[in-house]
Design a protein around this ligand. Structure first.
Ligand code: TAP
Length: 470
């Protein structure tokens, strides 16, 4: 059993209160984690506040070097960090190694932008000129989920640091190790004490203490809509920037003229990370004239997938917890009760671990729970459609609006659809994953704020205007 402590002001702190982390693929304990109390969080915020004045004044190029050094440490320590990531999330080792790579890429991407956080000059007259500055906010709070902890943590921590802010991060208690490892790697890379603090602990104690701390000047939360809305309530009397990334029920639309092989590959990307991904294309809309043929392609891909306990070979990894597994099973049962049919999958394959077979359901109505709610599991629902207008209306008939996929060789149609789909990202002929250099906005109940790309630089800074008479 590994033991993990809090990371505050460059020190690791053990705590009497601890929690056990279980490996989702076996439900065996793998580590104990120190749980931060409210006062630990307050201490971490104080440390981040003290570090802020020094960190913000470090010149941007040097700040970039620090971020690059963190990326290099992540790569140097890839084997151990990926191992912990696999133990806490149940994902395969190769998948976890990719997560470490992606995390390093976030730090490298933002390292390259530290000297590009520019203001602008505004011409006024011969006697007066005006310029703007983008200034860091101060202590930023990051509440991180369990589904892809290292990547989702890095995507907000890297730009926050790049902009000259300091960070207090709270990982999910189900999967805190890789974020604590990131904190250690950052210390090993020489990041000054107090710039990045990690307070593992529960959402209700450590999370709320972070959210309600008045010295936290920005909050980034990724997780459920319910907790996101609760956090918004908790900060409703403070005018601080808020990034909420809350999930989705994304449509993936295949027209009759699409490259069916590529579209079928795109459709089964949902099963990566056992469907525990906010941008997963969970609603597969298929043009009626190709429906049967296309379903065959999807089914054959699903049936080739292996659900294995061996952490390095599985195609469909374990769900995060036994309760997540039962929730997925009850969604599939509810699909059948509401008149749907299971084409493939629909079972818990073994007793050990939280696995669930990759599952395709058909013949469910657009109003069934499986069509409307975020399942966060390996369940794909397929629907027939007749016309472009109809499919756009049905694709938009959801409270969420994070991602969408369109497969067609008709570029006019692709352009019409991208304009009318209510989603932060619309992919065309490639259900591509988010990457650092492209923005990741959200429509409707999927979130507010901006992550990724240069948009994050605006989020993690405030604008100051300077008007000067010469
Ligand atoms: P949440 O409860 O929303 O957990 C996300 C993070 O918020 C965790 O670090 C959690 O801490 C923390 N948290 C919980 N309550 C909090 C509070 N009152 N104040 C501050 N922080 C708090 O998600 P979950 O229950 O683990 O998952 C439930 C559903 O959320 C999933 O089925 C899925 O639909 C959705 N989800 C979406 C995403 C993405 S990427 N959009 C990611 C994860 C989950 P602890 O867990 O440590 O208590």
């Amino acid at each position: 059993m590994k033991e993990y402590e809090l990371l505050v002001d460059g020190e690791t702190l053990s705590r009497a209160e601890t929690e056990v982390v279980n490996d989702p693929s076996s439900n065996q304990p793998v580590a104990t984690i120190a749980l931060a109390s409210e006062s630990d969080v307050a201490t971490a915020v104080e440390a981040a506040e003290s570090a802020f004045e020094r960190w913000r004044t470090i010149d941007p190029v040097t700040r970039g070097h620090y971020l690059r050094d963190i990326a290099a440490e992540l790569r140097d320590q890839k084997a151990i960090i990926a191992q912990r990531h696999t133990e806490e999330t149940g994902r395969s080792l190769s998948d976890s190694e990719r997560s470490v790579e992606y995390a390093a890429e976030y730090f490298e991407y933002y390292a390259g932008l530290t000297h590009r956080i520019n203001g602008e000059t505004v011409p006024l007259s011969h006697e007066e000129f005006d310029y703007t500055r983008r200034e860091p906010l101060g202590v930023t709070g990051h509440i991180i989920p369990w589904n892809s902890p290292l990547l989702l943590g890095s995507r907000s921590i890297a730009p926050a640091l790049a902009c000259g802010n300091t960070v207090v991060a709270k990982p999910a208690k189900l999967a805190p190790m890789s974020i604590l490892e990131l904190g250690r790697a950052a210390s090993d890379a020489g990041l000054p004490d107090g710039v990045l603090n990690i307070v593992s602990g529960s959402g209700s104690t450590a999370g709320e203490a972070l959210v309600t701390n008045e010295n936290v000047r920005e909050l980034t939360f990724t997780g459920s809509k319910q907790v996101g809305l609760h956090i918004r309530e908790l900060v409703s009397d403070r005018l601080i920037p808020l990034n909420l990334e809350l999930g989705g029920k994304s449509p993936n639309i295949v027209f009759a003229d699409a490259d069916q092989e590529a579209a079928a590959d795109g459709a089964v990307k949902l099963f990566t990370n056992a469907g525990q991904s906010c941008y997963a294309g969970t609603r597969l809309f298929i043009a009626d004239e190709i429906y049967d043929e296309f379903i065959d392609r999807v089914v054959s891909r699903i049936e080739e997938m292996e659900v294995k306990r061996d952490s390095d070979e599985t195609d469909v990894s374990a769900l995060i917890s036994p309760s997540a597994q039962s929730e997925v099973a009850s969604y599939v049962e509810s699909a059948v009760e509401s008149g749907g049919s299971i084409t493939t999958g629909g079972r818990i394959p073994f007793e050990e671990g939280n696995f669930y077979e990759p599952t395709l359901v058909e013949n469910v109505s657009d109003n069934a729970a499986v069509s409307r709610e975020e399942i966060f599991g390996p369940v794909l629902a397929a629907y027939r459609f007749d016309s472009e207008q109809e499919v756009v209306e049905r694709a938009n008939d959801t409270e969420y609006g994070l991602y969408a996929g369109v497969w067609t060789t008709d570029l006019d149609r692709a352009n019409r659809i991208t304009e009318h789909i209510e989603a932060g990202t619309v992919t065309v002929n490639n259900y591509a994953s988010p990457i650092p250099q492209v923005p990741f906005p959200a429509y409707k109940q999927s979130g507010i704020g901006s992550e990724y790309a240069t948009a994050a630089l605006n989020h993690y800074t405030k604008l100051k205007n300077v008007r000067m008479k010469v």
